[in-house]
Structures are given as C-alpha cells and as structure tokens.
Design a protein around this ligand. Sequence first.
Ligand SMILES: Cc1ncc(COP(=O)(O)O)c(C=O)c1O
Length: 383
Amino acid sequence: MDYSQILQLQLRPNIIDLGWGHPDMQLLPHAQIQSATNAALHRWGGVMLTYGIDHGVGPLREQIADWIAQHEQVRPQLGEIMLSAGNSQALAHICTMLTQPGDVILVENPSYHLALRILRDAPVVIRGIPCDHEGVDVDALSAVLTECQQAGQRVAFFYTIPTFQNPTGTSLSPARRQQLAQVVAERGLRIVEDDVYRELWYEHVPAPSLWATLPRGTVIRLGSFAKSLAPGLRLGYITADVATIQRLAGSGLLDSGGGIAHFQSLIVSEIMANGDFADIVSLYRQRYGARCHALHAALLPLQAHGYQWYRPTGGYFLWMRLPAGRDEQQSLAQLEARGISALPGQLFSQGPLGYTALRFSFSLYDEATLGHAGAVIVDTLSN
Ligand SMILES: Cc1ncc(COP(=O)(O)O)c(C=O)c1O
C-alpha cells in the first residue's frame, strides 16, 4: 500500500530508519479507539459533531486534572487547563498570543529540532543555552538573561523539555531544578515546559513537572496524547495559571473555530473513563522500554571506541556523542551505505554544540531489528 499521500512517515526500502521519532503503528490502539468512538457518538450524537467550548470539553479537562493529581500530586482547577491539538499547535499558539516581534526565546542547546522550526516561524530571536546530562546549564541561562536585560531585550519565555528530553533523553536533575526555581523567582523568567514524554518512563516515575513544582503563573506546561495514546488524534492540553489560560483560550482562533479537537476530545474522554488509557500507557512503557534497552545494549561495544551516551530511561531517543574529530555527515553516509539511517546532532543545535552527535530513535522497530541495527552501527562506526 502506498501511504505517500497519507503519512508523514516515509520509509525507504532496505533502510532501517532510526531518524523518525514516530510511534510503531502496530502498537497504536485502533480497536480501543474504534470502540471509544462508537461509544462517544452513541452518547453525544450531534453534540460531538458541532463546535465545542473554547477551553475544550469539560469532562476531558476534569479527567486530565484527575490524572495529573494522581501522578503529580497537584490538581489543576478547571480554569487552569485548556485542550490543544498537541504540543506543536500549543507552542505555535503560545508564540502567536504571548510574544511580540523582537522578543527573545531561550531554548536548550540541543533541543527538539521541530520545536525550533515552530519558533523560527515567529518574528523572535532564539538563543540556545548549553545543556548536559543534568539538563540546562542554569548559570549560562542566568548569564544570557543578564545580557538580554542589558540589551533591553524582552525574554518571552524559556522553552524546555525537562523530562526525557528530545534529543538527549536526559531529565533535569534535582540540583538544576532548584537552581532554575531560584532564577525563576529572582528574574521573573517564564517557562514553557514541553512535557510530551512524561508517561513514557521505563525505570522510575519521573519527577513532577515544573508546572507542578514552581509557583503558579511561572510555567505553561504542554501535555500531549501524541506519545501516550496516538499522534493522529492531534490532541493535547495546556496547564497554566487562570489568566494565561484565559488569554490563550480567548484567542480569535478559538472564538471562530471553537475548542480545538472537539471530536477527538470526546473519544479520549471515553478512553480515560473506561480504563483503556492507563492500560495503553502501561503497554507502551513495556514495549518501548524493551526497545530502548535493546538498542542501548546492542550499541554498548562502541563505548570502548570513544562514543558516549547516557542510557535513556524514558522517551524515544538515544543521543550518541561521537569521538572528537568524527564527522556527523560522514558517519551518517557510512551508516546509510550499510542500510541504517539516523539524524545528525547539528539538526538540533541552536548555536555551536561543541561536539558532534547522532540521534537514534528506538520507537519504530522491534527488539530483534534494533539488535541487528545496533550490531551494524557498531561494526560501521568502530572502524
Ligand atoms: C519534544 C517534543 N515536543 C513535541 C512533539 C510533538 O508533539 P505533538 O505531536 O503533541 O504536536 C514531539 C514529537 O516528536 C517532541 O519530541
């Protein structure tokens, strides 16, 4: 079947493509979504097929609030949540509603390359802040804030992925969290927290979001059903203080078009109510956790050759630093010749990274394929 006019994912024959951060379609819960869709249409009829309330339907917002309370011990009020069409749309909407031309947006360097694409669509200046295995370098962040202040530039927000970051797979350490909390309190920094991988933990439950731990009004957290359920639903949510949610939900876009993803919301509401959501998330943890382990284990011999990475414990990615002097494009060309594709570190950079790297995604393929791919990568890059 030719999906070229249907899917974003375009696989090439005879290439194991570890570049895509997409879910495995075989694991997506089509039977549960089918029965939830039938149940929702039966329950709601035409209500499901017309324009929805601007914040997004109340029942799903209540269920999301319960889910957050259960997992993060803080329950957002109904007015502190709105629905989105996923984190990409939410980020674009935040840029539209909360930035002015010439504003500075700070990002981790490296950061999710497609979030950088979204930010680059806005008339803003983007500045990368170095990060390492503990997350963002908060001293460097603070220094850039001072520079911006001295230059009379307004910093609109710091876009961060503190939990299972894309591309590095790492999470913000407790020490850095504390430091960041201090900077937020002292400098009035606003944070946009992309929390898309929260549910995909493979060893330990992640620390609560920055939204749950920093003072209200400082963090806008973007949650998504793209990784915890299915990206084709195009559904996510934003948690923030009431005033910010009112501002975001009070946009012309929603005034005209009604709540985002109204139809999908009522389907997902059924899935959360009937218990399927929790089961699906736990299946994903098992399956993607096994894949994560398989790729890491297969690549281990490379560590003796100067390749370095922090073993991911959540999310979709393994971020491999290459030994000094190893070129990204040349390494990718060698891998491509052996039937393996990945993404260059450069794609995720906003300013110099100071090292070369490759990003491998382990989400699309089963353990056997990843084991085989890992062996080919080891053979190719160790020579
Ligand atoms: C960090 C990060 N944010 C956002 C997205 C996209 O989120 P959504 O599908 O909810 O738009 C991804 C998907 O790869 C991601 O890795």
